[in-house]
Design a protein around this ligand. Structure first.
Ligand code: XMP
Length: 430
């Protein structure tokens, strides 16, 4: 390993990630581990320079206090504790130390080097993946989202053709997205890429289904089915690559933190999964994943892509999906993205997209009464997607977008701007 590391032991703190970020922002790599780690496990981690016992409000689980093993105190490592008054450390803090205090601990007490950067991280992970995988083969579901793209780029660098990427186009991707995956991974990075156009299969299954939850379930289960079918065609695969990132693991619940929501790539794996997992981004926060993508040379539009739901345009083509309305949605979304990019709003707004409801309204086209669909624009800002505010878009920009959409998408004759916060609305419509 190229980097020194500080280990944070999770004794029920809700602030683990804050402490980990503080240390990484000061230039030292940090990892969060469970409180019951043994001295042997701790010494087997590479380049550990110090330990922080991070206590907090969840320090009692099932009636018992969460404590660290006494044997850790006899290791030849500096240890401090935060919000853990029972701890046997000489240096204890009641609350999070300031940057100055933390720097003193990192650089004076632990003598750690400020050598945490993406170049070193990528080199370390390449080495670790090669060690884990040996000469075996790895399979990766490449959706084209940030996490799976970055993991693909990293695995291609580490093991080249031992990796097979499968991209399932469910027909609910945004304009040119699947084409970009083929261009970047299949052509530029010369990956083993299996591209499956399953558009008809998905749209046939979804035909006439209006209930949002039912739609999501069909898309999710069909996706797994297609992926499994493709995986069965390949021989000798022993590993499954996953774009699991640190917040996925935290939200899926740790030994002391309750489950917020189970992520499909953490809690939702089939029980009979035959593969071992390769998860080189599992310790990274989202912005670090993007920085890793940049380090690996991925195009900016892939790395800084806005969040896009797994069921894709399926949850924005409201009610029962039709091909005509899906096409109107895809085109209007592309126009919105183009206009946002032209005026710089793409760098400012967290998430923006169009929605096409399943009813028609009266309009006038070519001097004649005509019926057309309505297109809803949604543009929101948020930090954690739990609450969201709307972007106050300039009227001239809105009008330009409305003109373009109604001119270039003949089936749409109205454009509206949605101005509801979350809550009471959600960001998506379904
Ligand atoms: P809501 O609509 O719940 O959305 O306010 C919050 C954020 O989550 C995204 N979202 C999803 N992401 N699979 C995903 O990967 C999904 O099924 C899904 N549903 C919503 C949504 O785009 C927003 O960023």
């Amino acid at each position: 390993m190229k980097q020194d590391m500080i280990v944070i032991l999770d004794l029920g703190s809700t602030q683990n990630t804050v402490v980990a970020r503080q240390i990484r922002d000061l230039g030292v790599y940090s990892e969060i581990h469970p409180h019951d780690i043994t001295a042997k496990e701790l010494t087997e981690l590479d380049n550990v320079k110090g330990v922080i016992l991070n206590g907090g409000e969840n320090r009692v689980v099932d009636g018992s206090a969460v404590v660290v093993l006494d044997e850790l105190y006899s290791l030849d490592l500096p240890i401090i504790s935060i919000d853990y008054p029972e701890s046997k450390c000489e240096v204890k803090y009641d609350t999070l130390p300031s940057d100055e205090v933390m720097k003193e601990f990192l650089f004076t007490t632990c003598k750690a080097q400020a050598n945490w950067n993406m170049k070193n991280f990528v080199e370390d992970q390449i080495e670790l993946v090669r060690k884990q995988v040996g000469d075996k083969k790895v399979l990766l579901a490449l959706s084209g989202g940030v996490d799976s793209s970055v993991v693909a780029a990293l695995l291609i660098k580490a093991i080249g053709k031992q990796l097979t990427c499968v991209h399932v186009n469910h027909g609910l991707m945004r304009k040119n997205e699947s084409e970009n995956v083929v261009e970047v991974f299949g052509k530029q990075l010369d990956a083993n890429l299996v591209y499956v156009d399953a558009t008809d299969r998905f749209l046939d299954k979804l035909a006439g289904v209006a209930d949002p939850e039912e739609k999501r379930k069909i898309i999710g289960s069909e996706f797994i089915r297609v992926f499994e079918e493709e995986a069965r065609k390949l021989e000798g695969i022993e590993f499954l690559g996953q774009g699991t990132i640190y917040p996925d693991i935290i939200e899926s619940g740790t030994k002391t933190a309750k489950c917020v929501k189970s992520h499909h790539n953490v809690g939702g794996l089939p029980e009979d999964l035959q593969f071992a997992l390769v998860e080189p981004l599992a310790q990274l926060f989202k912005d670090e994943v993007r920085a890793c993508g940049v380090e690996l040379g991925l195009p900016a539009e892939m790395v800084y892509r806005q969040p896009f739901p797994g069921p894709g345009l399926g949850v924005r083509c409201l009610g029962a999906i039709t091909r005509e309305r899906l096409e109107a949605l895809r085109e209007s979304d592309a126009i919105l993205r183009d206009e946002f990019a032209k005026c710089g709003l793409d760098k400012k707004v967290w998430q923006y997209f169009t929605v096409v409801p399943d009813f028609k309204a009266v309009g006038v086209r070519d001097h004649e009464r005509s019926m057309g669909y309505m297109c809803v624009i949604r543009a929101v800002n948020t930090i954690d997607a739990m609450t969201a505010s709307i972007e106050r878009i300039d009227y001239d920009i809105l009008e330009k977008i409305a003109d373009r959409i109604t001119e270039e998408v003949p089936s749409i004759n109205r454009v509206v701007y949605e101005i509801t916060k979350k809550p009471v609305a959600t960001i998506e419509f379904e």
